[in-house]
Unconditional design. Structure first.
Length: 273
């Protein structure tokens, strides 16, 4: 599974580790405000929790036994610091109605499809919802689209992996094109990564290592495409709020920004009935 492979080799904060420090700080401050002052016995569920970055913040705030669920394999996301259940479809949660006081998600619930995830989350929530969603019109998705285009250009247009296998002389013209592309790119991380890794591999080409690099590259590209597909725009996020309102919640939707940069959108609500 695509995301199982990601989490198996990722740090706990893998989904936000590449964000600028200012964006990481504003996200963390948002969660700290949500968790502050809650009883230790708060029944908390994190949807699409990955390896538990938000669960760790909840625990640091004094919530004693938070629970996380994710579609990724159990072996990829298990951690001794939190109760995480793998292989869980957010459209079919293994919990009774109103089992949790607070149901949260950070850049995760939208991957399951908002309509189905909203209905199931509403069913298991007895108190509040707090979700941080990707924004289709935000910086994260914009950079993902740019990296997808870069990945396809190197892989398909330039034949980058075949050039690596042929050695430094074949690779050199391609790398000059990559350097030129960096000068106008908004995000250069993927281009720089290819440049340095390709040079190292081409010095002593090993077909197995080149194939592994190509496979990892294409998996990364597939995850970016999954992110772009899942990210809701403002209208879709508002529709999710309306659906939760129909399910009995008083809802708000606010932009999360780092300076003038849109990072995501908060959906927050409290059950009224």
């Amino acid at each position: 599974m695509l995301w199982s492979a990601f989490w198996r080799g990722s740090a706990r904060d893998g989904c936000t580790a590449a964000f600028p420090p200012a964006a990481q700080q504003v996200i963390a401050a948002g969660w700290q405000a949500i968790f502050a002052g809650r009883p230790a016995t708060t029944r908390l569920l994190d949807l699409a929790c990955g390896r538990g970055a938000v669960l760790a913040m909840a625990a640091a705030a004094g919530i004693e036994s938070p629970t996380g669920v994710d579609l990724a394999d159990q072996g990829a996301i298990q951690t001794p610091e939190a109760r995480i259940l793998g292989g869980v479809d957010l459209r079919r949660l293994p919990f009774a109605d109103r089992s949790f006081d607070l149901v949260v998600s950070q850049f995760g619930v939208e991957y399951a499809g908002l309509d189905d995830a909203v209905d199931e989350a509403a069913r298991v929530t007895g108190g509040e919802i707090a979700w941080l969603l990707h924004a289709a019109d935000g910086a994260v998705v914009r950079q993902a689209r740019e990296q997808i285009a870069q990945a396809d250009w190197i892989d398909h247009d330039l034949g980058g992996f075949a050039a690596i296998a042929r050695g430094p002389d074949a690779l050199a013209p391609l790398l000059r094109e990559v350097i030129a592309a960096e000068r106008t790119a908004g995000n250069t991380a993927l281009l720089e990564g290819f440049y340095h890794h390709a040079r190292a591999l081409a010095a002593q080409p090993d077909p197995a290592l080149v194939d592994r690099f190509a496979a990892d590259w294409r998996e990364h590209r597939a995850r970016l495409a999954d992110l772009v597909r899942a990210a809701p725009d403002a209208g879709q996020a508002a529709a999710a709020c309306a659906r939760l309102a129909d399910a009995g919640f008083d809802m708000t939707m606010t932009d999360l920004c780092s300076g003038a940069v849109l990072v995501g959108r908060w959906l927050k609500g409290r059950r009224r009935c």
